[in-house]
Ligand binder design. Structure first.
Ligand SMILES: C[S@@+](CC[C@H](N)C(=O)[O-])C[C@H]1O[C@@H](n2cnc3c(N)ncnc32)[C@H](O)[C@@H]1O
Length: 347
């Protein structure tokens, strides 16, 4: 396995780890800042952004019956899987996780004691990440025999039984299934869930503000990428490259009405249960989103050398980080991802 696969499962796939941050900032600096943030929550475990999100969503999971198997789509590295178990520690239920990325799945298998981890450890020499995984293994130990992870694409898999699950879960996955690529739209995705869910069964799911425009907290007004941090970075980059304004970024494609219409077309009824203002992790913004957003806003992207652009972006980010810590950048309105939580019930 190549190194980045341990984090992301390959190009363009989810990245809930520290790994790629190394490209943006000196690791030591990042660790210090990251730990400061986590410490301020008084949490002794370094919980990732995804883990917090999954813990919140799991609060809405209907109580499973003894022996029931919950279908989890896009189980990633197992963070959300563990949170589902932790919601009902006294109930003896199972989880079947379907994950398309071999790299993510390998990490999940290590974290749930299904593999000895030789490969993932070799691919990830960062000791902080390793200790994070090892701490997770202590928490997951008693659940290891109740979860099965399958490496497959949910949209095309033939390994699932029809109408077999009373409860399905997809945490931070729907925007992948409605990516606009051929056959990937919300009605098709929900129809697919409907195929495997029993009548009256339900799907619990969450997504992000780059995809869903919340009524109370519209993306353009609240989303983290419009904060003064990003504006500062863009301003710095504009000294070297011609860039468009943030208003040129694609807007979220769904709102509550469109989600409900797509659900009805798929034979489901969807309710938005709540909205969570998720304080967006600076590391994730810096390492994962900022370089991509900067690139997508270039006026003439074709003639730009990637490594030169990365250098300019990195320097801009470092300057911006300095300004956050000395108080010059102090916007606290736009530091969130706005996370809606939905329940779709099969009619
Ligand atoms: C943002 S991650 C969330 C992971 C996990 N649910 C969590 O909350 O930590 C989204 C995951 O969905 C997976 N995914 C996307 N499309 C998928 C598909 N068609 N079939 C299976 N997994 C998929 C990705 O590979 C990625 O691991």
């Amino acid at each position: 396995m190549v190194k980045d696969e341990a984090f992301s499962g390959g190009k363009g796939q989810g990245n809930p780890y520290l790994g790629a941050i190394k490209d943006a900032l000196p690791q030591e600096e990042v660790n210090t800042h990251a730990l400061q943030r986590y410490d301020s929550t008084n949490d002794t475990t370094v919980l990732s952004l995804y883990r917090y999100g999954a813990r919140h969503a799991a609060q809405f999971l209907p109580q499973p019956e003894t022996g029931e198997t919950i279908l989890e789509i896009g189980s990633g590295t197992g963070d959300s899987t563990l949170e589902l178990f932790l919601k009902y520690p006294g109930v003896d239920f199972n989880i079947l996780g379907i994950e398309q990325s071999q790299g993510m799945l390998a990490v999940a298998q290590y974290k749930f004691h299904h593999e000895d981890g030789e490969n993932v450890m070799a691919a990830e020499p960062n000791e902080q990440v390793q200790s994070f995984w090892n701490a997770f293994r202590q928490e997951s130990e008693s659940y290891q025999g109740r979860v099965q992870f399958v490496n497959d694409d949910f949209l095309t898999t033939t390994s699932l039984d029809k109408e077999a699950y009373k409860s399905a879960v997809a945490i931070q996955v729907m925007h992948w299934l409605d990516s606009g690529e051929k056959g990937k739209d919300l009605t098709s995705a929900l129809s697919r869930f409907s195929e495997f869910i029993k009548p009256e069964g339900s799907l619990l799911w969450t997504t992000s503000s780059h995809y869903f425009n919340d009524k109370k907290f519209p993306t353009l007004e609240y989303n983290c990428r419009y904060n003064d941090f990003f504006k500062f970075v863009l301003e710095e980059v504009s000294h070297s490259y011609a860039v468009n304004g943030v208003e040129q970024l694609p807007q979220p494609k769904q709102n509550l009405e469109s989600v409900q219409a797509a659900s009805r077309a798929a034979g489901m009824e969807t309710t938005q249960l709540t909205t969570r203002m998720n304080e967006f992790d600076l590391q994730t913004l810096v390492s994962f989103h900022t370089p991509r957003i900067v690139r997508s806003l270039l006026k003439e992207p074709d003639n730009v050398d990637d490594s030169e652009l990365q250098k300019v972006t990195k320097a801009a980010v470092q300057k911006a980080i300095g300004n956050i810590y000395d108080g010059t950048l102090s916007d606290t309105k736009h530091i969130h991802d706005i996370v809606p939580v939905f329940m779709s019930v099969k009619k």
